[in-house]
Ligand binder design. Structure first.
Ligand code: DON
Length: 577
């Protein structure tokens, strides 16, 4: 029986009741779906805290906490707000993953997009069997069936304390009344507009997204208002579903039946013991949780090799690359949607298997890529966006949420009369075995396209707990760089004792098996000079990448949360008493 069914039975207190209007900073809250009163949970922390991608979502979360909401209420309000104020990645037209820790128990919600019913294995191949460039990245046919609204609905119904309308209110406010466009948002818009020019209707909605402008989205406000009034059913079978299906007709594959059949799924999170902590992270259809556990444990197995190796030194980079090589080989071969393909999760995360892989690491020089890998691929992420937020409340509940439309502004298609930016998540499938996707990662049959299947992801919203209490909440965007980035920050904090902000701000690098022996570095903290020469002398090629994440993390020190937003993005932290 699914976790969700168990919970539905215990959440019998939900009822439709008319409630007295509560005045908020955003709007008058009208009658809504309400929760039955519940036993007060004792506060165990001095404050609640958030690390989020922009200041509007931070304001929304603060508002929710002030109204008595918990971490789940705040998370849902953040997610809807980012769909308005962070349209390059925040979304209701995409999907994602939520790792939760509520009342001392871990949960995982998969609201990843699914392939449409009419999708076929070879839908992105030409008649010679070659992948048609860009087809899974731009335009209507790149779009997977969105899951965010059902995800938020299920999370809030199951664990939220406030009324649904209260958590939608901030997003509606920003869509209706506008928000001020930041420099970074305009830059991203300009870059996306160039790519989408002549291919999609992107500029019909976003031509005016200019720095300093008060940007209003009346169509999106109307959608959010309907979702607020009617719940997720508006999006999946109501007027919004009709509008999305009408937009797709004659262009893309998604129909109303696709929307009606969509369901977010509660799954068992990946769990592992590491370094005195219990790690809770994303299971398939993410590759990220398995990858993160393999990275953490393989490094622990190699402790003698890492002894006295300075952080980010040439030898450190080499050893980590050796570990990553093996993790990405497994990713390419074994990982896909568990509802369609039997992923050997227990085997891939078992101590014995990881120790065996660790023993294959060559401490002195790069091991032969061919002996480790399957398939070929060389591409680099040129456009990429996803966003992560971390939340903890004073009762000790936490939400780690990563959601995405894949590329910046997704497919570039905005569903007519809705303002909903639609994802290009279909690119995360393996369009052809061995051919790389936007992030340069390859796949096998495990990740081939099938109707209703979820494409393999790297998103890894993660929570670490110690003695049953949340210790760290962490995640990031970055495609295939996601779990290697999270790994590096965790490692900086716990193995190298760095304070959280320094750990988040430190240099990051990435290797993913292919291209062979290539270390990607980032413009924020480039690998250059002597360090570069020494890494090259070990047999590696260095390559700049234009994106390396936007970590949002919260660490609990004693009973006090500390939050850090990645200096690479426009993220904001708050500690709320
Ligand atoms: O699910 C995935 O792994 C990708 N669609 C995530 C994309 C992403 O992180 C882009 N951000 N930089």
């Amino acid at each position: 029986m699914s976790l969700f069914r168990n919970a539905t039975a215990s959440a019998s207190g939900f009822a439709l009741v008319a409630l007295v209007c509560i005045s908020t900073a955003f709007l008058e809250v009208t009658p809504a779906i309400a929760k039955a009163p519940e036993k007060a949970q004792p506060a165990i922390l001095t404050a609640s805290a958030i690390a989020v991608a922009d200041k509007y979502s931070a304001d929304a979360a603060e508002q929710i906490f002030k109204q008595g909401g918990n971490a789940v209420d705040a998370a849902v309000a953040i997610a809807f707000t980012l769909a308005v104020t962070y349209p390059e990645a925040g979304n209701i037209g995409g999907g994602g993953f939520m790792t939760l820790y509520v009342d001392g128990k871990p949960y995982f919600l998969d609201y990843r997009e699914r392939a449409p019913l009419a999708a076929t294995r070879n839908m992105y191949l030409d008649d010679k069997g070659e992948v048609i460039k860009g087809m899974s990245l731009f335009g209507y046919r790149a779009v997977g069936v969105p899951g965010t609204v059902d995800g938020m609905w299920q999370a809030q119904r199951r664990f939220g304390k406030l009324k649904w309308k209260q958590v939608l209110a901030p997003a509606i406010h920003y869509a209706r009344d506008g928000f001020e466009v930041s420099e970074q948002l305009q830059e991203r818009r300009d870059a996306a507009a160039k790519e989408f020019a002549g291919k999609t209707n992107f500029d019909t909605y976003f031509a005016n997204l200019k720095q300093g402008v008060n940007f209003k989205q009346p169509d999106l406000a109307a959608v959010l208002q309907r979702i607020s009034d009617q719940g997720a059913k508006d999006f999946y079978s109501g007027k919004t579903a009709d509008l999305i299906a009408a937009s797709m007709r004659g262009h893309g594959l998604i129909t109303k039946a696709d929307l009606q059949q969509y369901k977010a799924v509660w799954r068992e999170p990946i769990q592992a013991d590491w370094n005195g902590y219990r790690v809770y992270t994303a299971p398939p259809p993410s590759s990220g949780g398995i990858g993160l556990v393999q990275l953490l444990k393989m490094k622990a197995d190699l402790a003698p090799d890492f002894k006295d190796v300075p952080l980010n030194s040439p030898q450190y980079v080499h050893l980590i690359a050796e570990i990553e090589k093996r993790v990405f080989a497994d990713r390419a071969q074994y990982l896909g949607d568990p509802d369609f393909y039997k992923v050997p999760v227990a085997q891939l995360t078992s101590d014995a298997y990881i120790a065996k892989r660790a023993a294959e690491v060559n401490p002195s020089s790069p091991s032969d890529t061919k002996s480790v890998h399957v398939g070929l691929g060389t591409s680099m992420p040129e456009k990429a966006e996803t966003t992560h937020f971390s939340v903890i409340d004073k009762w000790g509940n936490a939400v780690s949420n990563t959601y995405t439309i894949n590329g910046y502004f997704g497919s570039g298609v905005v569903a007519d009369r809705t303002g909903i930016v639609l994802n290009d998540e279909m690119d995360d499938f393996s369009a052809k075995p061995g051919v790389a996707n936007m992030f340069g990662v390859v796949g096998s049959d495990a990740n081939s396209i099938e109707p209703k299947k979820r494409p393999l992801s790297s998103m890894s919203p993660t929570i670490l707990a110690k003695d049953g209490k949340v210790a760290l909440v962490i995640g990031t965007p970055g495609g295939s760089r996601i779990f290697t980035s999270i790994f590096q920050v965790i490692n900086n904090v716990y193995d190298y004792n760095m304070p959280l902000p320094a750990a988040v701000g430190a240099m990051r690098f990435h290797h993913q098996l292919l291209p062979p022996n290539t270390i990607f570095w980032e413009p924020y903290k480039p690998i250059d000079g002597e360090l570069a020469q020494q890494i090259e002398a070990k047999g590696y090629t260095l390559k700049g990448q234009n994106f390396s994440g936007d970590i949002q993390a919260i660490k609990v020190n004693g009973d006090t949360p500390e939050a850090a937003a990645d200096p690479r993005g426009r993220g904001v932290t708050r500690v709320i008493q």
